[in-house]
Design a protein around this ligand. Structure first.
Ligand code: MN
Length: 474
């Protein structure tokens, strides 16, 4: 489900006719070498496809129109081999509706002092061309990414790779469809928002369904389907019967198995890639979906609890951006305030994303204090360690705002035998007091998406592309 369309990036190399056909042939050969080596490096997550040289306004315009039209093209990487007059770029750049990366590099790493002449300098004048091209992107407020450095360097390729992941997520943003089973939790403020504005600004479609629509799908799941999927669980998870008989435990787990099958079918039938539930809206359901939701998050569907469609869509977005590695919906729960150990315990009532697990999850059945339903099954595990970002999005009435806090997650060392949910622990940057204070003063929510795979720069790059206000705490 995580899979997006097979995406590629177009490589457009700027020059002009001034230097003659011989020079242009050399430009083309250099561009081909860079294209081939980038593709063979194994660092880029998506292929680069070299286009005709950008030597006229008509050529540039026709390339950019084609980029917009083709679904499989996620964005454009440009490189100024020579001086490419920027007025040629205005029309095409204005038309371009996909992410743009300006690669400020040069074919030769060093200046060949012993042989350099005017012909060489005319052919290799990226420094000159970069400035002409950079000017017009800035004037057009293109919000393009600029990556600077020698194209053979792994750190330069790494920056291109990270931008590619953002660009693919940006494209996917317009395909995100959230199914809301029930409305938002009563009385809660931060999970609300303007759905029309979210569709205009981010491309997210947010649709409501009565829980009864899902109940019909649950009823249609067969025992054969349930038993087949339950068998798969045996190889993946520890079975922890706790105080339940094996029979009662299995009965409870199989309710969640039926939910997994039903929700997945419902989402796929409607083209939905994210969803929400609400424990206050479970008419006709025996349990709050827990294990079922965790399994679907692991498959790449975005999710948030209590009807929080913004966080569900954001979860899906960042899962695409991170290739679903160590990225998921989270909720701030409990502070550790002991001096020198200040941190925050993250969890949810059931639905913690197993992509964050450091150990083999165990399936546990336990009562749920809220929701007035049967004891639900859930996956219990400890979160993995790593540096990352936690992101929250809220509607401030006149605009959406994104909060980005850098965090350091660490594995818990003390067991919590009475805690029947997964737990993730992290320290916030720059330190506990300043980090938490900034989060609260800026109105950051309790529902977040955390990623131990993405960087602050990647989140900012997306925010700029969609004109989203953001605050960074680091
Ligand atoms: Mn919650």
């Amino acid at each position: 489900m995580l899979t997006t369309e097979k995406m590629e990036f177009w490589f457009v190399v700027g020059s002009q006719h001034l230097y003659g056909e011989e020079a242009l042939a050399e430009v083309k050969a250099h561009a081909q070498t860079i294209t081939d080596e980038l593709n063979e490096s194994g660092i880029l997550p998506y292929p680069v496809v070299l286009q005709d040289l950008a030597v006229s306004a008509d050529k540039i315009t026709s390339i950019m129109k084609e980029v917009n039209y083709r679904n499989e093209v996620a964005g454009v990487i440009t490189w100024m081999h020579t001086f490419s007059p920027a007025k040629m770029w205005i029309r095409g750049t204005k038309l371009l509706q996909k992410p743009l990366l300006h690669l400020a590099t040069q074919f030769n790493e060093s200046i060949p002092w012993a042989t350099i002449d005017m012909d060489f300098m005319n052919l290799n004048q990226s420094a000159h061309g970069d400035r002409e091209y950079g000017f017009i992107n800035a004037r057009l407020k293109k919000q393009n990414k600029v990556v600077v450095g020698y194209w053979e360097r792994p750190e330069v390729r790494q920056q291109i790779a990270q931008w590619m992941d953002v660009a693919v997520a940006y494209n996917e943003s317009f395909n995100i469809k959230v199914a809301r089973f029930g409305d938002n939790m009563r009385n809660v403020g931060v999970t609300e928002g303007d759905k029309v504005e979210a569709q205009i600004q981010f491309g997210w479609t947010v649709d409501y369904f009565g829980i009864g629509d899902l109940v019909q799908y649950v009823k249609a799941v067969t025992d054969e389907e349930i038993n087949a999927l339950f068998t798969e669980y045996e190889g993946l998870y520890e079975f922890d019967y706790g105080t339940y008989s094996r029979e009662d435990w299995e009965k409870s787990v199989k309710v969640q198995v039926s939910y997994e099958i039903a929700i997945k079918r419902f989402l796929d039938d409607g083209g939905y890639t994210a969803f929400t539930t609400n424990f206050e809206d479970l008419y006709g359901m025996k349990q709050l979906p827990g294990l079922a939701v965790q399994r679907l998050m692991a498959q790449g569907y975005g999710f948030a609890g209590e009807g929080d469609w913004k966080t569900a869509a954001l979860d899906r977005l960042l899962k695409v951006m991170s290739h679903n590695q160590s990225t998921g919906f989270m909720e701030d729960y409990t502070y550790e305030l002991a001096a020198g150990q200040e941190s925050i315990l993250q969890s949810h009532m059931l639905e913690v994303d197993p992509s964050l697990a450091s150990n083999k999850p165990k399936i546990v059945v336990s009562p749920l204090g809220i929701g007035d339903r049967e004891d639900p099954a859930r996956l219990v595990f400890d979160g993995k360690a790593g540096d990352g970002v936690v992101v929250s999005m809220a509607d401030f009435g006149t605009n959406y705002k994104l909060l980005i806090n850098e965090v350091s997650a660490f594995e818990p060392t003390v067991p919590a035998p009475n805690l029947p949910v997964a737990r993730v622990l992290w320290e916030v940057k720059p330190n506990f007091q300043d980090g938490v204070k900034a989060w609260l003063e800026n109105g950051g929510g309790h529902h977040t998406v955390v990623s131990l795979n993405l960087t602050t720069d990647q989140i900012i790059t997306y925010a700029k592309l969609v004109g989203l206000e953001y605050v960074v705490i680091k």
